[in-house]
Design a protein around this ligand. Structure first.
Ligand code: NAD
Length: 270
C-alpha cells in the first residue's frame, strides 16, 4: 500500500466509504488511502481471510475499518454489506463498486464459453448493479454521496487481445453508471465510471503472463508503462471527496493516454 501524495488535510473526514474488491489491487490501495484521509472504511471481498488481514492492518494503524466477506454477485450478500456498513458506522457516503474478474478463458466470440460469459457478467456487471441497488438507498439516507463504479479503458476502445465478456461487462458498467447519474442527480448522489488503463496488478499480469504478451499491451500506452493501483486510488479519492461535487455521469479515464493514442509502437516523439 503505497503511493500516497503528500497531503496534509483529511479529504474524507466524517465520511464512510464501502469498497468492494478491497483485498487486492485498486480496492486495497483505495481503502488504505481513503482511511488515511479520514474515512471510516468498509472493506468487502469474497476472499475473507485476505480482506480481514487488510482491515486489521488499517485498524492497527489507528484507522476505522471493518471487513465484510461477500460475493458482490449475490443479492443477499450485497444487501448485507450495506447493512453492515450502516450498522458499524451509522451512515454510508461513498460506494466504490470495484470488484471484478478477468477470466483466463475469455477470448473472442467463438472461444468464450457460456459459463465464462455468465460468470464475468455476474461479477463485473450484475455485481455493480446489486451494489447500486442496495447502496444508493443508503446514500440517500445519508443525504447524498458518491458512487464510483470501476469500468475500464476497454469499454471505450477495442483491445487487440480479445476478452469479449470482460469488455462487454465493462461497457455495461459505463452505460449503467451514466444512466444512474442522470436518475439520481437531483438527490445529491453522483455516479461516475472510473476507467483505468492497463495496470500492474495481479488481475492483468496473470492474463498477460509472458514478457511478449505484456510488451504487446505496453507499446500501446503513450507513457510507455503500466499504471499502478495507487494511481487509480488517487483518482477514486477525488471522485469520493466533495472536491468533485460537480462531476457526475463521467467516463473518468485514468489510463496513461492509451485511449487518446492511435498506434504508438515506437512511443511518442521526445
Ligand atoms: P485484483 O484482482 O487485484 O482485485 C480484485 C479483487 O476483487 C480481488 O480481491 C478479488 O478477490 C475481488 N473479487 C473478485 N470477484 C469478487 C466477487 N464476486 N465478490 C467480491 N469480491 C470479488 O484486480 P484490480 O486490478 O485491482 O481490479 C479492480 C477493478 O479494476 C476490476 O473491476 C477490474 O476489472 C478493473 N480494472 C483493472 C485493470 C487492470 O489492468 N488491472 C484495468 C481496468 C480496470
Amino acid at each position: 500500500m503505497s503511493g500516497e501524495a503528500d497531503m496534509t488535510e483529511s479529504r474524507l473526514d466524517s465520511k464512510t466509504a464501502l469498497i468492494t474488491g478491497a483485498a487486492s489491487g485498486i480496492g486495497r490501495e483505495s481503502a488504505a488511502l481513503f482511511a488515511r484521509h479520514g474515512a471510516a472504511v468498509v472493506l468487502v471481498d469474497r476472499e475473507g481471510d485476505a480482506v480481514s488481514a487488510v482491515a486489521a492492518e488499517l485498524v492497527e494503524q489507528g484507522h476505522r475499518a471493518i471487513a465484510v466477506t461477500a460475493d458482490v454477485s449475490s443479492d443477499a450478500d450485497a444487501a448485507r454489506m450495506i447493512e453492515e456498513a450502516e450498522t458499524a458506522f451509522g451512515s454510508l457516503h461513498v460506494l466504490f463498486n470495484n470488484a471484478g474478474i478477468m477470466h483466463p478463458d475469455d477470448g473472442d466470440a467463438q472461444q468464450t464459453s457460456e459459463e465464462v460469459w455468465d460468470l464475468t457478467m455476474s461479477v463485473n456487471l450484475k455485481g455493480v448493479w446489486l451494489g447500486c441497488r442496495h447502496g444508493i438507498p443508503a446514500l440517500r439516507r445519508a443525504g447524498g454521496g458518491s458512487v464510483i463504479n470501476t469500468g475500464s479503458f476497454v469499454a471505450l476502445l477495442g483491445a487487440a487481445t480479445p476478452q469479449i465478456a470482460y469488455t462487454a461487462s465493462k461497457g455495461g458498467v459505463v452505460a449503467m453508471s451514466r444512466e444512474l447519474a442522470v436518475i439520481h442527480a437531483r438527490e445529491n448522489i453522483r455516479v461516475n465510471a472510473l476507467c483505468p488503463g492497463p495496470l500492474h496488478t495481479e488481475l492483468l499480469m496473470s492474463v498477460l503472463d509472458t514478457d511478449e504478451k505484456r510488451e504487446r499491451r505496453r507499446v500501446h500506452i503513450p507513457m510507455g508503462r503500466f499504471g499502478e493501483p495507487s494511481e487509480i486510488a488517487q483518482a477514486a479519492l477525488w471522485l469520493a471527496s466533495d472536491e468533485s461535487s460537480f462531476t457526475t455521469g463521467t467516463e473518468f479515464v485514468v489510463d496513461g493516454g492509451i485511449t487518446s493514442a492511435y498506434v504508438t509502437p515506437e512511443g511518442p516523439p521526445r
